[in-house]
Ligand binder design. Structure first.
Ligand code: G6P
Length: 585
């Protein structure tokens, strides 16, 4: 997803915009651009690459003026080219715009505008909004009326900030995030509070179907029909400003190392939200748990944890699949949505479907001010602080901690001791040498399989996802017993297999699988508290109660993926083609 930002204030706009874009780069990072207004003229620079690179070659932060807009892109409409990078200008050059989302009727609008003489330099849907705004502004002479008319003509999901040559900013939101920041002398518009948290913690989370107009230290917010609308100024948690790498080389590494603390924080309290959620779940026949990516893998674990400890049956659903099988949902059930960002479009869509079926929505979410939180009846916070690395790490273990807490509140005796888990994690993280050595062996490997049974199978799937995201090596999670039903055919001396095998009820069957694989020549990496001669490499995890193993055993694979990414010279924080918060379908 893209990040958009707008600034109007007393200081120079461009440096504020560039630093905000750097902090939001996790949302998309294939190209970047900034436009400012000075002397009723629009200045615009953009290019392909990361913010720091383009800034140093093009001097984005040197653009003059106290009003500006900026963008980092995650390509949807059109390839990664300079022409497709934002901001886009209208034909007259009197309007520049940055946009996040997808305009579904852009082809229709583009041909109609072309027939009226408008020309297009890019393949994007954004340029269509720029020219529509210009057309409607030329016709009405009013920025407000131009926006009202334009939003009535475009269809899809979007947030945009448009800058007019007189320095007015207009910003509209429809199913994509947009937040207004209110500083002492400055106003900010941004996809994420990280865009302005350095300057202010007063924010307005704009409603869907509303737009803001910013002028000289004041702003107004309107509904899409142009009527004044009420808004609430909220204090953004300062904790979310803490998005710096500190002494760590990468955010991903920092976030992996934060887990001894974040897992404690997520699991330490039985909040009122957990209590209310448990009551609701207890009194409902059908319970669904949904998510995308890593959060879906946490949903798979929800099934295991809640059935094992609380005897509650839940059905995991991949969020993006629900629109194609809505009949899965029984009316008036409980629908639990898991999401770090609370902005994943697929998750929000799944929630809409569940709401239509009369379900109550419980969200387990890190950003408690997100769209998902606002759509939910009950919001359980994960409380793990900002996660910037695109591959989810600490949010996953926080999700698991919350699930154990929920199982306990549902009457389950999980025996989980978060203090102990935290100490065990510290112990594992203290000495990564073995993991670094194994990572060195993975440089030229093209296939890695991760095998686990029972509760360790979803961990194997999540482990494979980490490897794919960070190293670009093909990786696949295998349920132990399924080995002989297909995957065994793939085992040979070129393959590495990670065996998730703590000493619990799955231990001996999984060790047998490891032997079967070893016979075929593959290299075995065992993750276990017990050493075995079958492992070519052994990653030791501390011996704890079996309830702690799922949270612990993912950590070495996160670390292995991180170090293997370094070996392969890929950027662990920003994997190619991916984005942290996928706010389009
Ligand atoms: C993207 C990210 C993944 C994440 C998924 C769901 O695909 O790259 O790391 O797991 O979105 O994100 P959410 O914020 O909903 O948990």
């Amino acid at each position: 997803m893209c990040s958009i930002i707008g600034y109007r204030g007393k200081g120079a706009a461009a440096p504020v915009i560039v630093s905000g874009l750097k902090r939001m780069e996790y949302r998309g990072y294939d190209s970047v651009g900034v436009a400012t207004e000075s002397g009723k003229k629009i200045n615009l620079k953009k290019g392909i690459g990361r913010v720091a690179e383009v800034n140093s070659s093009a001097g984005l932060d040197a653009l003059p003026g106290t009003t500006g807009i900026g963008h980092t892109r995650w390509a949807t409409h059109g390839k990664v080219t300079r022409a497709n990078a934002h901001p886009h200008s209208s034909n007259s050059g009197s309007i520049a715009i940055v946009h996040n989302g997808i305009i579904e009727n852009f082809e229709e609008l583009k041909s109609s505008l072309s027939a009226q003489g408008y020309t297009f330099e890019s393949e994007t849907d954004t340029e269509v909004i720029a020219n529509l705004l210009q057309k409607n502004h030329d016709a009405t002479g009013s920025v407000k009326e131009a926006v009202v008319k334009t939003v009535s003509e475009i269809e899809g999901h979007y947030a945009f900030v448009a800058m007019f040559e007189d320095g007015q900013l207009a910003a509209a939101r429809f199913h994509e995030p947009l937040i207004l920041g209110i500083g002492q002398d400055d106003l900010f518009l941004s996809s994420d509070v990280l865009g302005f948290i350095e300057y202010t913690d007063d924010a307005v989370y704009m409603k869907d179907g509303s737009f803001a107009m910013l002028e000289d230290g004041k702003f107004q917010i309107f509904d899409f029909d142009g009527t004044d609308t009420s808004y609430e100024v909220t204090k953004v948690s300062k904790e979310f400003g803490d998005a710096y790498k500190g002494d760590y080389a990468h955010f991903t590494l920092k976030e992996i190392y934060e887990q001894p603390e974040t897992v404690m924080r997520a699991g330490e309290k039985t909040t009122d939200a957990i209590k209310t959620a448990a009551l609701l779940i207890r009194n409902t026949k059908s319970i669904y748990v949904t998510g995308s990516g890593t959060s879906y893998n946490a949903a798979l674990l929800a099934k295991q944890i809640l059935s094992r400890y609380a005897k509650i049956k839940v059905e995991p659903i991949i969020s993006s699949e629900l629109p194609f099988s809505p009949d899965i949902i029984e009316d008036d059930s409980v629908f639990v949505a898991m999401s770090q960002s609370g902005e994943s479009a697929d998750v929000l869509e799944a929630v809409r479907i569940a709401k239509q079926a009369g379900c109550k929505i419980i969200s387990i979410v890190n950003l408690t001010s997100s769209s998902l939180a606002r759509e939910s009846d009950i919001v359980i916070g994960m409380n793990c602080g900002p996660e910037i690395g695109v591959a989810a790490t600490k949010s996953f273990t926080a999700q698991l901690a919350v699930l154990y807490k929920l199982a306990e509140q549902l009457g389950g005796q999980t025996g989980t001791d978060f203090g102990g888990i935290s100490e065990s994690m510290l112990e594992m993280l203290e000495n990564p040498t073995t993991i670094q050595q194994i990572a060195g062996k993975l440089r030229n490997v093209s296939d890695i399989y991760v095998l686990g049974r029972g509760i360790h199978y979803p961990i194997a799937i999540e482990a494979a996802l980490k490897l794919k995201e960070l190293t670009y090596i093909h990786a696949e999670g295998i349920a132990g017993g399924e080995l002989k039903h297909g995957p065994l055919a793939l085992m040979d001396s070129g393959v590495y297999v990670i065996i998730i095998n703590p000493d619990d009820t799955t231990y001996s069957d999984t060790l047998t699988s490891a032997r079967e694989i070893k016979t075929r020549g593959a290299k075995i990496i065992g993750i276990s508290n017990v050493k075995s001669d079958v492992y070519d490499y052994w990653i030791e995890i501390p011996s704890t109660g079996e309830e702690s193993y799922p949270i612990l055993e993912i950590v070495p694979v996160q670390l292995l993926s991180y170090y293997a990414a370094l070996e392969k010279d890929t950027d662990p924080d920003y994997p190619r083609n991916l984005a942290k918060s996928v706010t389009v379908k």
